[in-house]
Design a protein. Sequence first.
Lengths: 242, 177
Amino acid sequence: MNVVSARGLVKQHGHGQGRVRAVDEVDLEVPRGEMLAVMGPSGCGKSTLLHLLGGLERPTGGEVWLAGRRVDTLSERALARLRRRSVGFVFQAFHLMEELSAAENVELPALLAGRSRREARRRASLLLDRVGLAGRARHLPSQLSGGQRQRVAIARALVNEPLVVLADEPTGNLDTAATLDVLRIFEELRSAGQTFVIVTHDERVAATADRLVSMRDGMFVDDTRLAGTGTGWLGGLAGLEG
Amino acid sequence: MQDAVLAMLAKEPSHGYHLRARLQRSLGPLGESMNPGQIYVTLARLEKAGLVVCERADGLPDRPERKVYALTPAGQQRVATWLSEVSWPKPDLAEFHLKLVAAAAARLADPVELVAAQRRELLRRMREAQRAVLAEPEGSAAVLLLEGVVLRLQADLRWLAACERAWSKVDDEVEDA
C-alpha cells in the first residue's frame, strides 16, 4: 500500500502574469518501506513538494493522501493532529527548542500527541539511545554539535512512530562524518521498514535511497530505481591487474 | 600491483599469504575480487625480475608455507622510485564530452538523454560505494579508499549536472528559433 500519494499536485505562488508554479501537476506514489530521494536545483520546487506532502502547506490544486486518507481537504485542526501523529519532519536547520534539553525536545511531540509524561520519557530515552546520544539527554542544543543536534531532531521525528519521515536537506549543515552518522541511522530505520521522502542536493544522500526522482521547474524529469541494481562494479575497481 | 607488493615488503620480509591478507585489509570490498593466486603470480614475476628473493624459512609447525620473500637492493631502489613518483589516474571526460557534441551535431541522439542515462549509471555506482562505506566497521583502513571512490563519483555527477544544464539550454534555444 502507498503511504504517501499525490495526484495532479499544484502549488502556485502569485497571480496573473507574475504567477509561478512551484509544483506543477506532480503525481507521486511512495509505497510502505520505500526510501525516496528528490533532487533538483534550488528553486525547482522540491521543498514545496515536501511541505505539501506533510501538510505544512496547502496545494492550489490536486490531492495528497497519507495512508489512504485524503489530507489536503482536512480542517486546520485535523491537519495539525495528523501531522503530529503521522509525519516526522527533519529540517536542515534542525529547528530544536533552544531552551529545552535534548530529551525534552524529543518528548515534546509525544506529549502534544496526548501521550503520558512517563511514556514520552520512555520513548525519548529509547530513541536517544538509538541515535547514539544516550549520554547527552540533558544537554541543551547549544551544547551539542551540528551532527548531534540533527540526531536529536531525528529522534524527535520518530517519537510518535510516524508513517513517513519527511526530511528537507537533512545533511545540508553537516560535515562528512556527521553526514555518514545520519545516513547510518536512516539506513537502520529503512531496514526496519520506515518510509522516507528525502529532499537533497547531495548526491551521496540521494544515492542511499531506493528510488530517486529529479525535479526541474516544478515537474519530475526523471524517476530512477537505484535499489537492487548492484553491478559488482566496486570489486573490479582496485586496478590490481598485472 | 607489483609496486604495491614490493612496497609492502619494505617493512620486513614476509610470506605470500601474509601479504595477501594485508592487501585485502587495506582494500576492503575493493579487494574481494582479488584472485587468491594473484599474489603468488606477482611475487614470481618480481623474483624473476630480480626485485625480490625467495628464502626457504624453517616454518613454524602451524604455518606450512615456508617461502619468505625479501627485497633485493634493486627492489629497494624501485620502491624508493615508486614512492617519489607523482602519478594520478586521469579521468576520461573528453570522450563523453565529444560524444555529446557529435550526437547533437548529427542529431543522432539527444545529449540531454545521454547525460541522463550516464547519470543513472553513476548514481547506481554511487549507491554501491556509499553502502560499502556504511558497511565498513569503525577504524577500517578501506573506508578512506571507498571515500575516495564516492568523492570522485560525486565530482562526476556534478559535472553531469552542469552538462545537463548547458545542453538543455541549447535545446531551448533551438526550439525558440
